[in-house]
Design a protein around this ligand. Structure first.
Ligand code: CA
Length: 230
């Protein structure tokens, strides 16, 4: 089944050139020529990749991309810009586009970029459901929804609790220093203290350890950090 590619471009010459070449390359192609038509087309459920021009009648492509991402669109988006400034590139990537191409562009390069984006997209989809569910001592957690069966019944883990569980699940039987946990789970968001991390681990013990006072799954390694063993 051919990938469906959506082309949003108001200049008929450019649009026709892109559409014809994509069809020739075997893709299924739809197109739109205005901001409003583009917005409707981006919301279709079967879009495999979108090519979005920046300057459109009725609005800017940046806004289209931002709205599509806000609405949950996960397909790759390549922006076309007539401007060669770094600014346009940065704005495009900031609003959620994956790549950009400056007009005038070479059709062979456009096709190469599209192949690369589609390859990356299918790779990430395949890698995502790696381990959807983790079992700990008869309890369990689902990484897609955050729903967990715990000693307190069925609960939904918070974003940080879930990230911490994911980190532990990727590092079974390895000691994680508090600094590693901080960087992986909190990143640049905030600056929690070691005490914050300890409290999150205590919470996970209460939820998943049969006996939270003598933990066997979320183990403290004195002076080094924590070790997880499901
Ligand atoms: Ca334009």
């Amino acid at each position: 089944m051919a990938e469906k590619i959506l082309v949003i471009e108001d200049e008929a010459l450019v649009r026709d050139l892109v559409v014809l070449n994509l069809k020739h390359a075997g893709y299924e192609v739809t197109s739109a020529a205005t901001f409003a038509a583009g917005a409707a087309a981006l919301a279709q459920p079967d879009v495999g990749l979108a090519i979005v021009d920046v300057m459109l009648p009725g609005g800017e492509g940046f806004q289209l991309v931002r709205d599509a991402r806000d609405a949950g669109a996960r397909y790759p988006i390549l922006m076309l810009t007539a401007r060669s400034e770094v600014q346009a590139k940065v704005r495009g990537l900031d609003c959620g586009a994956d790549d950009y191409l400056t007009k005038p562009f070479d059709v062979a390069e456009l096709l190469a970029r599209i192949r690369s984006l589609l390859r990356r997209a299918s790779g990430s989809v395949a890698a995502a459901p790696r381990a959807l569910e983790l079992g700990v001592a008869g309890f369990s957690v689902r990484f897609d929804t955050g729903r967990a069966v715990t000693s307190e019944g069925e609960v939904t883990l918070s974003d940080k609790e879930l990230k911490l569980m994911e980190l532990f699940s990727r590092n079974v039987d390895k000691v994680l220093a508090r600094a590693d946990i901080l960087e992986e789970v909190w990143g640049m968001d905030a600056f929690p203290t070691d005490r914050t991390i300890d409290n999150f681990v205590l919470r996970l013990r209460r939820l998943f350890e049969p006996n939270p006072e003598s933990p066997v799954h979320f183990v403290t390694v004195r002076g080094r950090g924590y070790l997880f063993r499901p």
